[in-house]
Design a protein around this ligand. Sequence first.
Ligand SMILES: [Ca+2]
Ligand SMILES: [Ca+2]
Ligand SMILES: [Ca+2]
Length: 255
Amino acid sequence: MKTCHLLFALCCLPLAAHAQTQWVLQPFMQYFGHVRGTVLGFRVKGFVGSHSNNPYNVAVAEGYNPIINDPRLLFYHISAPQDTIPRWIVWGANNVDYGDFNDDSLTDLAIRKSINTDHDDTVLVYLGNATGIDTIPSFKLLAEQQRSAFGRRMCVGDLNNDGTDDLVVTAPTYYLDFFGQEYGKVYVYFGGSAIKSRPDFTITGNCVGAGFGSQCVIGDFNSDGFNDLAIRGLYQSGTGFSYGYLNIRPRQIRF
Ligand SMILES: [Ca+2]
Ligand SMILES: [Ca+2]
Ligand SMILES: [Ca+2]
């Protein structure tokens, strides 16, 4: 039986002979997959700087588990006490991001459930509570279209500068036409007292095969104090070639 494993590498060895510090990664701990085809580490998410209500340090996705014929998401606490088995398992899930979406100073989780791989996707928002994270979702964001890979990528940040985290969900295989040719689409949900089930705005890829939303990240790329959104596409209309491109929208999102 084939085994796959996942390392968490944390420590370093500085070398005094050089002006610059050199880092040597060494394994801190290891988790092993025990079933052939598990695809352990399909996604890995560390919960850095989350609020103290979050009982998890890291989440690891199995992209596919042959026994259950679906993915699953495993949550661990890896500082003392260190988990040897997952503290929480979400069946049928393979992606997660986190933030404070309802502005109550408690970390919440956005988890993508992907029953039958990418065919019928949902992003569920689990709110934080005083002692942890709810195990029943409070909000459900439904895919606009089946087989659009809704939630394959997610990113979190305050895009409208109101002080509350917002959630970006991509659907890189979203299609516009009858033939199912993929354009890709990105959905932005503003945080607040309640995340609305409908996005506050969307951006669609500009051509067949754009694969818009195959990656996304939020950050202040131009250092103007306002968050920006960068979205990766696979194909740019008019170029004639299929290569990646980055659509950076520096403060393009105005309200
Ligand atoms: Ca919260
Ligand atoms: Ca916001
Ligand atoms: Ca900016």
